[in-house]
Design a protein around this ligand. Structure first.
Ligand code: NAD
Ligand code: WQD
Length: 339
């Protein structure tokens, strides 16, 4: 059985990827420093898969810790690198922490991989690298605009690091996610925001659960069908399965050096107001909301051209937006013990 190291595997997307890796017959080994998570999702993964997951708590920026993991738990056929800080707002307040963690952990991971002869790497990038695009949908050739935040800049810089370093003998796939939403259909794992959520869907589900009084829609005067922003909301399980497809692509490819980038999204743009209304219609639960001012740094509209991933990775999303919202709600209900 092929072992895959999953950094950040105790987090939202990483935990879903661990489940899909197990389903596809791999043996994931998780590294996470639990700086932005706890063991809850790993317990959920074990319950879904009825499998014990090997877990090492530590910082990917710590090369000697990583070396120990590669010695103890290797050899690894590949690494999936989810570990990073991801809050746009926090990155504005603590830019140096974001550069240290997001860049430092990638560099120390790649050095350790080299030391152990591991070449295959799948990296978590983001649609944030495109900044405010001139034309939608964005494809992988769309040039980067200046990043809107230090977080966005770390993802652009990480991609540059990968692009420079792969020539020295790595096989890299960088996956640019659009807006991951939803939860596992079993409701045993999902998103666990720390404190007040910044992202739309956890704010919707917490408002529906009565934890937040109301949701503020950040702007209804954009040049979009109903004035609210347009996004590409992708079910987290579809996203996780995209990683397994990327891994299969790496295994099939014979190139000694490889660097490929893929957008992972649904290819469909949905407005914020449409999403809120779909949630209300699908779940039958009301979400009080009010229109507020625009949020600084928000992109007016973005959604992905995902034909490259469809054609080359043979990957397609399976879940509808309604299923994404229902699964997010089922997870919130389970967390809050709502019947
Ligand atoms: P998350 O915060 O739920 O998970 C990240 C995990 O990494 C956490 O468990 C955290 O404890 C861990 N971590 C952070 N720094 C670490 C370090 N130095 N060493 C070890 N562990 C560390 O976030 P997520 O939503 O699952 O995101 C996963 C990846 O996907 C991140 O790289 C993020 O930037 C990227 N991404 C996320 C989104 C999104 O909207 N969720 C969109 C695009 C890209
Ligand atoms: C979506 C839309 C908000 C909350 C972020 C990162 C991006 C990527 C995905 C990591 C926007 C609106 C939100 C609320 C609202 N992450 N909104 N009221 O900003 O598209 O993308 O997550 O790489 O880098 O920037 O996601 O969920 O915060 O917002 O009206 O209370 O919902 O204005 O239009 P965003 P989001």
């Amino acid at each position: 059985m092929k072992k895959v190291l999953v950094t950040g595997g105790a987090g939202y997307i990483g935990a879903h990827a661990v489940v899909e890796l197990i389903n596809a017959g791999y043996e994931p080994v998780v590294v996470d420093d639990l700086s932005k998570s706890d063991r809850t999702l790993l317990e959920g993964v074990e319950s879904i898969t009825s499998r014990k997951v090997q877990f090492f708590q530590g910082d990917c920026g710590d090369t000697s810790f990583l070396k120990g993991v590669f010695e103890w738990a290797g050899p690894f056929a590949a690494v999936m690198h989810f570990a990073a800080y991801k809050s746009v707002g926090e990155s504005v307040e603590q830019p140096l922490e974001y550069y240290r963690n997001n860049l430092g952990s990638l560099v120390s991971l790649m050095k350790t991989m080299k030391g152990f002869g591991v070449a295959n790497l799948i990296f978590s990038s983001s649609c944030t690298v495109y900044g405010q695009p001139d034309v939608v949908p964005v494809n992988e050739e769309t040039p980067f605009k200046r990043a809107e935040s230090p977080y966005g800049a770390t993802k652009q810089m990480c991609e540059r690091i990968l692009e420079d370093a792969y020539l020295t003998g790595y096989r890299v796939i960088s996956l640019r996610y659009f807006n991951p939403v939803g939860a596992h259909p079993s409701a045993q794992i999902g998103e666990l925001p720390i404190g007040r959520p910044n992202n739309l869907v956890p704010f919707i589900t917490q408002t529906a659960a009565g934890i937040r009084e109301k949701l503020t829609v950040f702007g209804n005067d954009y040049d979009t069908p109903d004035g609210s922003c347009v996004r590409d909301f992708i079910h987290v399980v579809d996203l996780a399965q995209g990683h397994v497809k990327a891994l299969e692509y790496l295994h099939k490819s014979r190139s000694e050096k490889l660097f490929e980038v893929f957008n992972l999204g649904t290819g469909e743009g949905v407005t914020v107001l449409q999403l809120i209304n779909k949630f209300i219609e699908t779940t039958g639960v009301n979400v009080p909301y009010a229109i507020g001012p625009r949020r600084s740094g928000d992109v007016e509209k973005t959604y992905g051209d995902v034909s490259k991933a469809n054609n080359i990775l043979q990957w397609k999303t399976k879940y509808s937006i309604e299923e994404s919202l229902q699964h997010a709600w089922n997870w919130e209900k389970k967390l809050r013990d709502i019947k």
